[in-house]
Write a protein that binds this ligand. Structure first.
Ligand SMILES: Nc1ncnc2c1ncn2[C@@H]1O[C@H](COP(=O)(O)OP(=O)(O)OP(=O)(O)O)[C@@H](O)[C@H]1O
Ligand SMILES: [Mg+2]
Length: 327
């Protein structure tokens, strides 16, 4: 099947002011955070691709680049075969309603002064010429569908009058109201109560089928990823180090970083505990990342070769790629 979204050699660098001492000794005023460092992947129509990795690995930046909330430093982003990297802000308008994002904290993405119904219907006001009544009908219908019920009652509430689970449903409804094809869900359940998480996740799964959606699901929690994702990409310091089918990745992880991440996932059966260790040490800085494989200073299998040259992605089993030179 065709990729709905495809990125090639995507890069995002953020300029950072170096400290006085660094300026003095390195002689450079500016440095760059290599937030996304030459990343290539595709997401098929109807697929859920997970993007997992520790904090600061570049997951959110990748998600924002995909829907052009951020401009890439270089690289191409194709949506349904059209290169978004070339589009002007005006041309992007037509793509905007096809791509939506759900952020982790519903409270910061909802205006406290806007009633729930107006918030959900707002994208319709921007992207369509539907009349007031039509918009309201559509919003109510969707509210019922995502479990904001009774809709006539909740329509007039303000965000602070809702529970955490209800707020997240509002954000979901607002993302879906324009009938998007692609949704970036950036840690959509990370802030939610444990009891709410499973419900929202289940709802997202149902909505995906019903509305024919394709997701990029950003998370640092691999057990969540396992539940909802068809494939998972593991990011480390701006690079994808491994990508493959969810089942394959869990059963036969190849990259030492993936193995270590999986070892950190709690398993219900203690006899099934994995033997790999959680990676030692801090994540190095994305301003001056280690040479060669970025992970080598924390990797217990690292050899001298690992500090030289970027390890290429290679297919370790069908459709399963790893950027580790070791077998
Ligand atoms: N607007 C920005 N300006 C400068 N640096 C940024 C900006 N946004 C992100 N970064 C840096 O880019 C890197 C990747 O950040 P990003 O938010 O994509 O990581 P993440 O994987 O989503 O992390 P988390 O799990 O904590 O959400 C980090 O080093 C971050 O500090
Ligand atoms: Mg993030």
């Amino acid at each position: 099947m065709e990729d709905l979204i495809r990125v090639e050699n995507l890069r995002k660098e953020f300029p950072v002011q170096k400290s006085f001492l660094d300026q003095l000794f390195a002689g450079k005023e500016k440095g760059f955070v290599h937030a996304v460092d030459d990343v290539t992947f595709g997401i098929k129509k109807g697929e859920v691709l997970g993007l997992a990795g520790e904090s600061g690995s570049g997951k959110s930046t990748t998600g924002r680049l995909l829907i052009r909330l951020l401009d890439p430093t270089s690289g191409n982003i194709y949506f349904d075969g059209e290169n978004l990297a070339d589009k002007s802000p005006k041309e992007m308008q037509t793509f905007r309603s096809k791509m939506q994002v759900v952020f982790q904290d519903p409270n910061s993405s909802l205006s406290p002064r806007m009633r729930v119904g107006d918030a959900i219907g707002h994208p319709l006001k921007i992207h369509t010429d539907l009349g007031v009544e039509e918009r309201k009908r559509k919003v109510m219908e969707l509210m019922e569908r995502v479990g904001l019920s009774p809709a006539e009652f909740l329509y007039y509430k303000y965000p602070h009058q809702l529970s955490g689970g209800q707020s997240q449903r509002v954000v979901l409804a607002r993302a879906l109201v324009t009938n998007p094809e692609f949704v970036v869900a950036d840690e959509p359940i990370a802030m939610a109560d444990v009891s709410v998480r499973a419900m929202i996740l289940e709802l997202m799964k149902e909505l995906k089928e019903e509305f024919d959606l394709t997701y990029l699901f950003v998370t640092h929690d691999l057990s969540t990823a396992k539940y909802i994702c068809d494939r998972i990409a593991i990011m480390y310091l701006g690079r994808i180090v491994e990508i493959g089918n969810t089942r394959e990745l869990f059963d036969h992880p190849h990259h030492p970083y993936t193995k270590a991440l999986l070892a950190a996932v709690p398993v219900p059966d203690p006899t099934q505990r994995r033997t790999e260790e959680i990676p030692r040490g801090e994540i190095p800085s994305a301003i001056d990342p280690p040479a060669g494989c970025h992970f080598h200073p924390r990797c217990r299998y690292a050899t001298e070769a690992c500090s030289k040259g970027r390890p290429p992605m290679r297919e370790v089993s069908p459709g399963h790629f790893s950027a580790c030179i070791l077998d």
